[in-house]
Design a protein around this ligand. Structure first.
Ligand code: ADP
Ligand code: MG
Length: 345
């Protein structure tokens, strides 16, 4: 019988990872970077590095098969892993796929899951090289590991942001979260009246952002073409606020962003209002956008200023306790991470 029991919910996901991290020592000289970034960095041949990351999707936590088509789930499981390699400024090359499944799933369902996985592999130029298959009592669990490559000098860490750097966000933010709200609402409508036709046409973009996110490998390519190496980078899986705080904390700096610079799609904006949600809060805390958040030196801003999908949202400063949003009205609001916290119920 244990006398001291501490609840994981008091630590939260990030607190738990910090706790694990604290007790881990790297012993092999080839283990260049371990826990704490979007991917681990391993010394390869000469100046080549290998990047490794894992992401797990759990039924009932990350997806609901009553509205997620299983082939989309396969696609998404690959895309979110490739996104972590893109967040290191690297190129994903291989994946392994591990499944736990129950007899609820048919052969056809697994075929469909792998059709989605294969499509993603083709789109991202990644090879499926292995995995593991086991049983589960009820739900489906998909765990994918990805292996990528980058030249050592090209790798962008969460820790490299410098004072006066410019904060950049790609694409638009908050749409995947609004897509989830739409799907959840339609599910409730369907449960109360199964004859109701789903009404999601108007929300097609949002639902697409939730069901079939894309890793921004195109941005990694564009940065290379423009001759820009981000000083730091992370992908937006938990929400802009949470990712900004990771960059700030890991880099030992503060961040300041401007409300009117946050890229929000107009359908996402209007739908948030329709759901009585604040569109900016959805962009800050919604998550699952899988866009890239990065910093560049001011000298590089000119090279990216005409890029249609890169937005300058703020800058880095030296007061590390001040991570703030400046509202349209000029009010200074502290940024808080409200990313997905699966440990709270
Ligand atoms: P991301 O959102 O980019 O996938 P996470 O927040 O999941 O990153 O993880 C942050 C860091 O913590 C990563 O370096 C990851 O490898 C590490 N990590 C997460 N969970 C564990 C765990 N259970 N044991 C060891 N390392 C972990
Ligand atoms: Mg990440």
């Amino acid at each position: 019988m244990s006398e001291n029991r501490s609840e994981i919910s008091n630590l939260g996901e990030f607190g738990l990872i910090d706790r694990i991290h604290k007790n881990v020592t790297l012993t092999n000289p080839t283990s260049l970077t371990g826990i704490g970034d979007d991917a681990a960095v391993i010394q390869g041949h000469d100046q080549d590095c290998i990047l490794v990351s894992t992401d797990m999707l759990v039924e009932g936590i990350h997806f609901d098969l009553s509205y997620v088509p299983i082939h989309h789930l396969g696609y998404k499981a690959v895309a979110v892993n490739v996104s972590d390699i893109a967040a290191m400024n690297g190129k994903a090359e291989q994946i392994t796929v591990s499944l736990a499944l129950s007899n609820r799933f048919s052969v056809e369902a697994i075929d469909a899951l792998y059709a989605g996985i294969r499509t993603a592999c083709q789109n991202y130029g990644v090879d499926l090289v292995g995995g593991d298959t086991t049983s589960s009592t009820s739900g489906l669990v998909i765990s994918i590991s990805v292996i990528g490559r980058a030249r050592r000098e090209k790798i962008a860490y969460r820790s490299g942001a410098q004072v006066n750097d410019i904060l950049c966000a790609t694409g638009d933010l908050g749409a995947a979260f609004m897509g989830l709200q739409v799907l959840e609402r339609e599910k409730q409508v369907f449960l109360s009246d199964p004859n109701m036709e789903p009404n999601i046409e108007k929300y097609e973009y949002l639902v697409g952002r939730q069901l079939k996110p894309e890793a921004r490998t195109d941005i990694v390519f564009d940065l290379e073409e423009a001759g820009v190496k981000p000083t730091s980078m992370i992908d937006v899986s938990d929400g802009l606020a949470s990712e900004l705080l990771h960059i700030a904390r890991n880099s030992g700096v503060g961040v300041r962003i401007y409300e009117d610079k946050i890229p929000i799609d107009h359908t996402a904006y209007e739908t948030a209002v329709e759901f009585n949600l604040d569109p900016v809060t959805c962009a800050l805390n919604g998550g699952e956008d899988y866009e890239l958040l990065f910093t560049i030196s001011q000298a590089d801003q000119e090279k990216l200023k005409n890029h249609p999908d890169i937005h300058f949202i703020g800058y880095v400063h030296d007061r590390k306790d001040q991570n703030v949003l400046i509202t349209k009205g000029g009010t200074v609001v502290p940024l808080r991470a409200q990313g997905w916290d699966h440990f709270r119920s």
